[in-house]
Structure formats: structure tokens, C-alpha cells
Design a protein around this ligand. Structure first.
Ligand SMILES: CC(C)(COP(=O)(O)OP(=O)(O)OC[C@H]1O[C@@H](n2cnc3c(N)ncnc32)[C@H](O)[C@@H]1OP(=O)(O)O)[C@@H](O)C(=O)NCCC(=O)NCCS
Length: 137
């Protein structure tokens, strides 16, 4: 998921706050894969996972994820979550192959912090749910 905060400073800050959970794959000095992982004390999260096109299906993502999961385990974190775009079938197949369970009981809700929310209660409208067109009940 690419967002405006994907820049060197914010990623460096993330790595500083979550040291030891993220990994890269390199070949001949070239970066060919990376995983961005951290935890909040209760659950782990994989925020980013990618492997260069020409290096896919070689087990790199599985290996990087295994390293992150092991680091979480060593810190007593029992569960790890990730967001997967609805139409990213490759990613869904990948997560299934590593034992991931889809959560049909959950939806992702996003609030744009830069936008001012109207006061709670009276007059508060329920807007559409982003690109799904679904309204909050
Ligand atoms: C998803 C991604 C990270 C997988 O990386 P990878 O290094 O190719 O994954 P692995 O080699 O560890 O694959 C492990 C298993 O996942 C499944 N899998 C991975 N890619 C697949 C594909 N294109 N089609 C079907 N199954 C696939 C397979 O079961 C595979 O095992 P196998 O190769 O023995 O059949 C990679 O395709 C990628 O970078 N995609 C673009 C970014 C992205 O979508 N990231 C996920 C965000 S949630």
C-alpha cells in the first residue's frame, strides 16, 4: 500500500521504532526484496512485502516473512496481520501458502487525519466507504 508517508524519513523512523523485524533480500549488492514489519506490543503487522519481478517464485518472500515471524515470536507476539488489496490474487495466494487465514469478519476503515471531522452526534453525516460504495451503518 503506497501512501504519502512512504518516504525515507518516515521509513527510517519506523525502522528505528521497530528494530529487528524488517529484512531485505540482496543479490550481488542489489536489493531484490524487502519486508517492513513491526508490532504494537500486542500484534505484529506486515506493512510492506515485495520481491523484484525477476526474483519471484524463489522463496524470497517466504524466507523474509519467516525471519519477521521469528523475530515477533522471540518478542512474545502471537499474531501477525497484514492488509491485502482485494484484487491482488498473487498476494492472496502467497499468504495462503504461508498459512495465512483470510478474515471475512473484518473490514478496513480509514480516516483521513488531515480532514477535519464534524462534531460527533447531531448533523454528522455518514459518508460512503471509500471505493467500496458501502456506507457505515
Ligand atoms: C507476493 C510476493 C511478495 C511473493 O514473493 P515471492 O518471493 O515470489 O514468493 P515466494 O517465492 O516465497 O512464494 C511462496 C509461495 O506463494 C505462492 N505464490 C507466490 N507467487 C505466486 C503467483 N504469482 N501465483 C501463484 N502462487 C504464488 C506459491 O504457493 C509459492 O510457492 P511455490 O513457488 O513453491 O509454488 C511477490 O509476488 C511480489 O512482490 N508481488 C508484488 C508486491 C505485492 O503484491 N506484495 C504483497 C503485498 S500484501
Amino acid at each position: 500500500m503506497r501512501i504519502a508517508a512512504d518516504n525515507q524519513v518516515s521509513v527510517a523512523g519506523f525502522l528505528h521504532r521497530n528494530e529487528g523485524f524488517s529484512f531485505v533480500a540482496e543479490a550481488e549488492g542489489e536489493l531484490i526484496g524487502n519486508i517492513l514489519c513491526g508490532h504494537d506490543g500486542r500484534c505484529g503487522y506486515v506493512y510492506h512485502l515485495a520481491v523484484s519481478q525477476h526474483s519471484r517464485r524463489e522463496g524470497l518472500a517466504s524466507a523474509m516473512l519467516a525471519s519477521s515471524i521469528e523475530a515477533l515470536r522471540q518478542h512474545g507476539i502471537a499474531q501477525c496481520h497484514t492488509f491485502v488489496a482485494f484484487r491482488n490474487l498473487t498476494a492472496l495466494k502467497f499468504w495462503r501458502s504461508v498459512g495465512g487465514n483470510l478474515r471475512p469478519d473484518l473490514r478496513v476503515v480509514t480516516i483521513d487525519v488531515e480532514e477535519r471531522l464534524p462534531p460527533a452526534g447531531k448533523g454528522r453525516s455518514h459518508g460512503p466507504m471509500l471505493d467500496t460504495g458501502t456506507s457505515l451503518p
